[in-house]
Write a protein that binds this ligand. Sequence first.
Ligand SMILES: Cc1cc2nc3c(=O)[nH]c(=O)nc-3n(C[C@H](O)[C@H](O)[C@H](O)COP(=O)(O)OP(=O)(O)OC[C@H]3O[C@@H](n4cnc5c(N)ncnc54)[C@H](O)[C@@H]3O)c2cc1C
Length: 387
Amino acid sequence: MSPAPAKPVDRQLPSDEARALLGLTRDLVERELHPRAAEDEAAGRFPREVFRTIGEAGLLSLPYGEQYGGGEQPYEVYLQVLEELASGWLAVGLGVSVHTLSCHALATFGTDEQRDRWLPGMLSGEQLGAYCLSEPQSGSDAAALRTKAELQGDEYVVNGTKAWITHGGFADFYSAMVRTGVEGSRGISCLLVPADSEGLTAAAPEHKMGMTSSPTAQLNFDGVRVGRDRLLGDEGQGFQIALSALDSGRLGIAACAIGVAQAALDLAVDYAGTRQQFGRPIADFQGLSFMLADMATQIEAGRALYLAAARRRDAGIAFSKEAAMAKLFCTDAAMRVTTDAVQVLGGYGYTQDYPAERYMREAKVLQIVEGTNQIQRLVIGRHLSGK
Ligand SMILES: Cc1cc2nc3c(=O)[nH]c(=O)nc-3n(C[C@H](O)[C@H](O)[C@H](O)COP(=O)(O)OP(=O)(O)OC[C@H]3O[C@@H](n4cnc5c(N)ncnc54)[C@H](O)[C@@H]3O)c2cc1C
């Protein structure tokens, strides 16, 4: 059963343009995402054409500069758009966030010539990107990656396996962290790899607990030749690039988490207002209305936290610690809120008749991706101790 359209979130937005953008996003969610999300999730079908529609609407390039075809929007606006998309369908919200992450290396560390050549295509909405850091043996300890790139003349020859790649096998380009030098974080570089490179293949998508319409796959590099001109930043700068992308990406995950939590709350409030027990709507029982109040409070707190971090980013102030805090808090809140939404719906919450169980399965992955929540605590702890 699809949830009834909820009242729009009462947002504080910086401009009329931002208000129009959020309105456009909500329309798109109602028209393109709600009608098919449950069915495509159940079938494990990747909605590639939805990304084209989103791209045509200009929503695949919001935080990047206008001269390259981006939307030139502040992060606080981009993230709220992401939140709305994720509230309709996490696989789409997270997909937009991953695409944005995959453009970061070129947009931020590329030369003018590289940006002129490749960025407009990546931001046009036609191409979809993926970000390749994790490997089978290196997840949290990302600096232990082994995929090797050896320079032969004017080309790098890449061999190795990347794991858990969102859009793996469906993307048009991959921003890939590879080892070009010594062991550890200083021997890593970033390459922009076209998806149709010879020797680059994707395994079948993983069978996941949730977000089944978003493909997650291993990528195998078997002697893949990548032009030296596709090195982004300097040799050895790849780990710095990866972490810088993740600071921004984590804010995207935080916004997606609040989107999923908001969808779960809207469903729970709607259900509690109509479901009757003991001759009254269950929302009249204090035990339940307090639960709804706690859910709403966690969502508002999470939204305030990710927006505060985004506003620091927009102002050019350091935001790495705040991004880790927002990712940690918002994704833990989403897990609690979606679990409580299942409880509010009682037995129906545990069935696929309502999307509450889907929201709960979706929330779980957000505590794992782009640095598990243990790693976020580690990042925050290091900031506190100055290490
Ligand atoms: C659906 C999905 C999509 C993904 N998409 C991408 C993608 O597009 N690109 C990409 O590069 N990666 C992607 N990932 C990979 C993701 O980033 C990793 O799964 C994550 O970083 C954790 O790595 P791991 O799975 O190897 O777990 P491990 O690192 O093996 O961790 C296992 C457990 O140990 C804990 N742990 C590890 N080290 C510490 C420590 N020092 N202190 C405390 N606890 C610790 C972890 O928190 C976790 O609970 C995706 C993963 C999933 C599930």
